[in-house]
Design a protein around this ligand. Structure first.
Ligand code: AMP
Length: 195
């Protein structure tokens, strides 16, 4: 895998642990030679992860809608910054640029972006892996809710595991790589967990 989109809060969250997790997420990407694709802003966890990737010498690509350049403080130091028309273009472009997706702790925007990629995987629009970085058990409630959806017959059993959940950033990258469909000539690490 060469690039992963990371969706994360435009806020820092109440606990400094979330910013620390964003820096650890950045380190794990750079150590695995994976470029960051993200929302292109400087605010909240978005800014923390991009700054850390750049500080470590990695590649950070931002995709930001025109209307948000001021509100989310478009990051001027990125490897690449695409300014696009609207939110739809942002999500489509982030998806096109990435071979996998990770949601860090975040708010409504993070969930919106995450669920678009999960539903596209469910519909077979893409076959790229989706992971949740479960810092401090942040996504335990979501995991339990998806189980409830499956038990109540609204989520198919084979779709319940579409979101790979790990607390450790390196373990999450390993799981994403294990299920990613390899590009021609690319080596796969780890066991195949799905499919
Ligand atoms: P939040 O998780 O609410 O802090 O938002 C995180 C990021 O999601 C921010 O960069 C928002 O601009 C972005 N966002 C919110 N709604 C959407 C949307 N409908 N499409 C694309 N990005 C969005």
């Amino acid at each position: 895998m060469k690039t992963i989109s990371v969706y994360c809060g435009a806020s820092h969250g109440a606990d400094p642990l979330y910013a620390e997790a964003a820096r650890a997420r950045a380190r794990a990407l750079v150590e695995h030679n994976i470029g960051l694709v993200y929302g292109g802003g400087k605010v909240g966890l978005m800014g923390v992860i991009a700054d850390e990737v750049l500080r470590l010498g990695g590649e950070a690509t931002g995709v930001i809608p025109k209307a948000l350049v001021e509100r989310e403080v478009g990051h001027a130091g990125l490897t690449r910054l695409f300014v696009v028309k609207d939110m739809h273009e942002r999500k489509a472009m982030m998806s096109d640029l990435s071979e996998g997706f990770i949601a860090m702790p975040g708010g409504m925007g993070t969930l919106e972006e995450l669920f678009e990629m999960v539903t596209w995987a469910q519909l077979g629009i893409h076959a790229k892996p989706v992971g949740l970085l479960n810092t401090k058990g942040f996504y335990d409630g979501l995991k339990a809710f998806v189980r409830h959806q499956r038990e109540e017959g609204f989520v198919k059993p084979e779709h319940e595991g579409l979101m790979l959940v790990e607390e450790d950033p390196v373990a999450l990258i390993r799981r994403l790589r294990a299920v990613a469909v390899p590009a021609a000539g690319e080596d796969v690490e780890g066991e195949i967990l799905r499919g």
